[in-house]
Design a protein around this ligand. Structure first.
Ligand code: AMP
Length: 400
């Protein structure tokens, strides 16, 4: 049960054809699924549907076939992996599910307790156009609708939005867990809240920064994007990545933060190198004395100490983006140290921690703490839009 959106326990599933919007957009090489994480996330919902005597009929996109039938993007290639992961018999309903009489008969004939997968929703141009007629065809194949694909919820497509409005609809168990974690991270968080935002560029995160400064108590800015903020304050950043044309934007964000009583925590020291390669020569500088010919590739130890002290005062941390160029040692040092600190405070019961988006998941995995935060979202685009404060059409359609 949730106050805001409908959950699986509020739907009658007995004897029902359950249209389950999943995310089967998994990586495939040589016809084999190479990472089944997204399939694994669907298992609790599929099991629940089968346990309650419903028929699970999965709808999903796969790749970008751009509204045309293209065998390269057929979902048939993931059926075996779904069978292996769910340990249930899996049936496939090919392209002609658009002919609802044929697909409907196949669904009716399918035995109890099996899972059916409909061919790629994006084979039909109406999917990405959120076409109601296509959604009506989908709706005629089911009695109820369950959306368990948070990672596709930022898109208003026929299978995520229009369809949800045509049948009794609810969030699946993975979607519910994600929404509850995000609510704890930013919706109704325990205060004080510290947001950590890193990554390469300010330009890709303007909306996110603007939203966060009005919601959190402190905003840590690290990574390449911190250089633009340092530059906007009149500091030299040498040959570092820096979007000089965004200095005004950076100043506006700092002013907005000041008015909203959000402390901005910028680096006070930085690790500088002259080449971006592993174990190259590095020097530590205060940010008021960066070498003219060097590049800032990580924040320094005093900055980490300051950030970790802010984390000690916080009850909630939300995190997007590494604070250094973590793919190459030693520029992963600060990201790893902060990640371990967040994990420890979470483990000790002092902190609710939520991370996700872009490279954050691989940075947390690199630090060995991916499973030690309260919640790590693997939904890239949807997670970022949520952090930007934008309504997600696929979630809005499930609201009570
Ligand atoms: P994003 O996808 O925006 O989260 O950016 C992640 C990327 O930012 C990673 O590939 C990091 O290597 C990069 N990054 C972080 N800090 C820096 C920095 N100081 N200079 C250049 N790139 C950085």
């Amino acid at each position: 049960m949730s106050d805001s959106f409908k959950t699986l326990d509020e739907l009658d599933l007995t004897g029902k054809r359950v249209l389950l919007r999943g995310d089967l957009n998994v990586p495939v090489a040589d016809g084999k699924v190479t990472d089944a994480t997204r399939i694994e996330r669907l298992v609790p919902t599929i099991r629940e549907i089968v346990k309650r005597d419903g028929k699970a009929i999965i709808l999903s996109h796969f790749g970008r076939p751009k509204g045309k039938v293209d065998p390269e993007f057929s979902l048939e290639q993931v059926c075996e992996a779904v069978a292996n992961v769910t340990k249930l018999p899996v049936g496939f309903i090919a392209t002609d599910w658009i002919d609802v009489s044929e697909a409907g008969a196949a669904i009716d004939d399918a035995p109890e307790g099996c899972v059916l997968i409909l061919e790629n929703t994006r084979f039909h141009p109406g999917e990405e156009e959120n076409d109601v007629e296509l959604a009506e065809r989908m709706a005629s194949l089911g009695d109820v609708y369950v959306n368990d694909a948070f990672s596709a919820a930022h898109r208003a497509h026929a299978s995520t939005e229009a369809l949800a409005r045509l049948l009794p609809a609810a969030a699946g168990l993975a979607m519910q867990a994600e929404l509850e974690a995000l609510e704890a991270g930013l919706g109704k968080p325990k205060k004080p809240v510290v947001a950590i935002v890193g990554g390469a560029k300010v330009s890709s995160k303007i909306d996110l920064l603007e939203n966060l400064v009005s919601k959190v108590d402190a905003l840590v800015i690290g990574g390449g994007m911190a250089n633009t903020f340092l530059y906007a304050q009149g500091l030299g950043v040498g040959k570092s990545l820096c979007e000089k044309d965004l200095a005004d934007t950076a100043r506006r964000i700092m002013e907005k933060a000041d008015k909203a009583n959000c402390a901005i925590i910028l680096p006070i020291d930085a690790v500088v190198a002259w080449e971006f390669k592993a174990n190259t020569k590095t020097m530590l500088y205060g940010v008021d004395a960066i070498a003219n010919d060097g590049m800032i590739l990580d924040i320094g130890p005093s900055s980490v100490e300051r950030i970790n002290a802010a984390i000690d005062d916080a009850k909630t941390v939300i995190w997007n983006g590494p604070v250094g160029a973590f793919e190459i040692a030693p520029f992963d040092t600060a990201t790893v140290a902060i990640a371990k600190h967040v994990a420890k405070r979470t483990h000790d019961g002092h902190l609710v921690s939520v991370g996700g988006g872009g490279d954050t998941v691989s940075a947390l995995a690199h630090a060995g703490v991916k499973d030690q935060l309260t919640y790590v979202s693997t939904a890239g685009g949807a997670f970022l839009e949520w952090m930007e404060g934008k309504p997600l059409p696929g979630v809005e359609a499930l609201k009570k």
